[in-house]
Design a protein around this ligand. Structure first.
Ligand SMILES: [Zn+2]
Length: 299
């Protein structure tokens, strides 16, 4: 650790923690991305199966897992759909669909159904990429997280207390000059970013949106999956991660809208990613729909 970083860390500590007598654990009550998680404390510092990770096909167990099944992802969500600046990201709570059901996922390493609860993004800045996971040593410009809770638990907070509580899918976006594919759902969401520049700003997404429209033409057959944690305090080790290896295109102008957001202190909300974490011998599984020649087997 460089000494300048160390001094910065010492200065931040009193601001970052609040200890209360009726709370046995030290809790992070105020946090930011200045050190990308290195001063968050609690489970974030003491955990042994933390996220994000460096993912690589060569360091993964290639196994015949079931593909991810997306339930009600093609059904429009019931409005209002509100994108909010929560000080750490641009976030949307996911409501029920117009048929009164909830979007959910199952398959992969998951046992049972996991109900979609919310999505948010991680991004960089004009000179840094912002994805949390890396794939084959590469990081990407934006990472979308869709957070799901195990249907057996009543809400996300309850689910976060259990090992099998949460399932998050991660989708990577890379800036390309002229994205020849337009993703109308994602574009609708990104169009609201200029209206949520400041902390607690909210904006209603106009028109209709299904969760599947956030994923464009994502190939769901190829993914990494492992057991890890939330990447924000309290970093609970309750997450089964599924990170797709198909990288989606995004335009520079879309990504630059993220860089204009501000946090609760009025600072620029950029580079809101946590550093990658030690694997500690955990298995990472990789599922592919390809055979060894690279041809798709249709699975
Ligand atoms: Zn996230």
């Amino acid at each position: 650790m460089q000494s300048s970083v160390f001094h910065k860390l010492l200065l931040l500590l009193p601001l970052a923690y609040q200890h209360t007598s009726n709370d046995a654990e030290t809790k992070v009550t105020h946090w930011n991305y200045e050190l990308h998680g290195e001063n968050w404390g609690g489970t974030c510092a003491s955990g042994v199966r933390q996220s994000p990770l460096q993912l690589a096909v060569q360091k993964s167990l290639i196994v015949p897992l079931p593909r991810i099944f997306f339930g009600n992802y093609d059904v429009k969500l019931r409005g209002p759909l509100t994108l909010e600046n929560n000080g750490h990201s641009a976030h949307m709570d996911i409501p029920a669909t117009t048929n009164g059901k909830r979007p959910y996922i199952t398959g992969g390493l998951l046992k049972g159904r996991y109900v979609a609860d919310g999505f948010h993004f991680h991004w960089g800045s004009p000179n840094q990429r912002g994805s949390e996971h890396s794939i084959n040593k590469q990081r990407f410009d934006v990472e979308l997280h869709i957070v799901h809770r195990n249907a057996r638990y009543s809400d996300v907070n309850e689910a976060a207390k259990h090992k099998d509580g949460l399932a998050v899918i991660g989708v990577m976006f890379k800036i390309v000059k002229n994205p020849n594919r337009l993703f109308p759902g994602l574009n609708k969401v990104l169009a609201e970013l200029p209206k949520i520049i400041n902390y607690k700003d909210k904006s209603e997404i106009s028109g209709s949106l299904s969760l599947g429209q956030m994923l464009g033409n994502l190939n769901p057959r190829d993914f990494f999956t492992y057991r890890g944690s939330l990447t924000t305090p309290e970093c609970q080790e309750a997450v089964t991660w599924t990170v797709f290896s198909h990288i989606l295109p995004i335009s520079y102008s879309s990504v630059s809208r993220f860089w204009r957001l501000r946090d609760s202190e009025g600072h620029r909300l950029i580079n809101n990613y946590r550093f990658t974490q030690p694997r500690n011998g955990r298995p990472v599984f990789y599922r592919t729909g390809k055979d060894l020649s690279g041809a798709y087997l249709g699975k």
